[in-house]
Design a protein. Sequence first.
Length: 418
Amino acid sequence: MTGEMENPPADGLIPFRDGPHASSYLAPGDRPGERVVVKVLREPLDRQTRAAFDREQAALAKLRPAPIRLAERVTKLPDGRTALSAPWCAESLADRVARTGPLGVPETVAVATAVAKALATAHDAGVPHGGVHPGNVLFADGGEPVVADFGVSLRRRFGRSPAADVGFLAPETLSRGVLDAASDRYCLGAVLHFCRTGQAPFQAAPGERPEALVLRVFDAAPPELPDAPPALASLVTRLLAKEPRDRPDDEAVLAALAALREAPGEPLLVLEPPSGESPAPQRKRRGPALALAGLAGAVVVVAAVLLWPGGATSPAPPPAPVPAPASSTSAAAVRIDLDPPVDRQDHVELTWHAPPNLDFAVLVTEAGQARPTVVLAQRLTSKRITVRPDRAYCFRIQATSPRGSWQSEPRGIRDAVC
């Protein structure tokens, strides 16, 4: 949408962030209680840049529901500058790591999966991002990661950010200004490294000159990723390859992340039932019962919407016993009370009660599903989950903190036996 803003950014707008090329403000949205971010570019856009920007936005608008945050309104101010309005996200990846410290492996893989999906979808549409870094990986209201600031037109018009982002840029971007799919995947590797360490792969040393840091990006091998599964460390190393041709393509990245989600290990998000044997939900029937697989493994799926398997689902064999979760038994018990789910046919509304300062995830087990889907809820205590109208489900809330992890008792809908 394009139009004239009668009042330039002043009254009613709250200064949010100030950057070298734009200032951001918080403003009320069109709906009650809604807030948006209004980014005002410091200089007007020339006709060629504006046309290229509009083409990128039109291509990206066709990609919903990919985890991409778009500018929903583009407004020309009376002084000729451009204002971009987008949904407000309370926290970026940079903010999250500053608040909680480096992410655990499952959350790192979850964030990486969302970013990789956003990049792959945009690349298929012919739109590279041009500069993914922890400041434009955001967490939406529902807790799911989304990627903002897509497109190279504005980056070519205003240039890259100051030296602070050198550690997240590909060698070819620094040397020749290349902004393409391969350079985006390098940025993804740098963001993955940041998730686990809180730093860029190449961090300026005290007193180090910017040009010396750039030379290290060109020549030095990236540091090994500490305390990470070998498959994750290998993926980061390959993404940070100096030569673009040596980096995996989008399909290979997504496959590697999918394998990591299903790999056994000691995740922060513990997906096994709390003790003994806990089968997946069964729908009560007058005829033979439908046997479903137990919660036998760990898989983290970032869901802006719940992804449904294609085709009909065949009954699974009876569940095998599974081990107790890896949550800390020495930590004091934490009670999590999940209210009865409110079934709205195409979605379920969940509300739970727990002590403060916990991060939550919703474990969703659908009839016929071998493993639960995990929907990150972060610090929220309610969540809307998209469901199929004709399936039974069980839900469980998992809470984590540095002291351990805990789970609620399961709740089912549609006669599910949890």
